[in-house]
Design a protein around this ligand. Structure first.
Ligand SMILES: *Cc1c(COP(=O)(O)O)cnc(C)c1O
Length: 225
């Protein structure tokens, strides 16, 4: 199916979720996650009117960046090895996967501007998932004060792979609570206005719970259905 058709369906679902909770769809960024698809498909997404692309590996990002350059806003959404920071740092606009001090140090050192970062939180506590545990987040954030090239624009999480709406909702609510706690700290370097949550299977619930960025791969750019 063409990206334009899928995009229309996704926008419709996003609008429905917004209607339910009285939100303005314009306040939600739709990030097309192109990690599984070709660069042609990524170009198709841009031509369809998508402004934001997400990649989870440096190779995939570089491959697509070479053809698309500054056309999209680039989001790095995957776990990031410290030694790979230098490969991507001047190409991305957002890093969604800040989860440890060594990574913050490297980003701060390599970046030539204030990098917009989101702290990844492992709300569900699954061992397979990256991210800080919820009770580490505030302290971690406070420790970022000396890093002049890092702005904490928000929090990111991946919900567990389940169809249980209550579990998903609980996970997104917890992230929202953490956001409020950080905002209450009134830190200049951590406005924390963004909540990056919601993927193909759970973005409607994430929007109902306050997502400002949804990261959608399969349902938006997937090539194989
Ligand atoms: C792959 C991925 C997504 C998109 O997943 P889909 O289920 O294909 O929509 C979103 N966020 C992260 C961090 C991912 O790695």
């Amino acid at each position: 199916m063409k990206v334009t058709a899928k995009l229309e369906a996704i926008r419709q679902q996003m609008n429905n979720a917004c209607l339910k909770v009285n939100r303005n769809p314009n306040e939600i960024k739709l990030i097309a996650v192109t990690k599984y698809v070709s660069r042609e498909r990524a170009e198709e997404a841009i031509d369809a009117g998508i402004c934001d692309l997400g990649e989870n590996r440096d190779e995939g990002l570089l491959e697509k960046w070479e053809v698309l350059k500054d056309k999209p806003v680039w989001h790095f959404i995957g776990s990031l090895q410290t030694r790979k920071v230098k490969n991507i740092i001047d190409k991305v606009d957002y890093i969604h996967s800040l989860d440890r001090m060594a990574l913050a140090e490297e980003i701060n050192k390599r970046s030539l501007k204030k990098m917009k970062c989101l702290i990844q939180v492992n709300v569900s506590g699954e061992e397979s998932k990256h991210g800080l545990s919820p009770d580490e987040v505030i302290n971690f954030t406070l420790q970022l004060l000396p890093f002049e090239n890092i702005t904490i624009v928000g929090l990111m999480t991946m919900a567990p792979l389940t169809d249980d709406a209550d579990v998903l909702r609980g996970c997104f609510r917890r992230l929202k609570e953490l956001q409020k706690q950080i905002q209450a700290c009134n830190l200049k370097f951590a406005p924390c206005t963004e909540l990056s949550m919601g993927m193909s299977n759970d973005f409607s619930i994430a929007i109902e719970e306050g997502a400002t960025m949804v990261r959608i791969g399969t349902a938006l750019v997937g090539e194989d259905e």
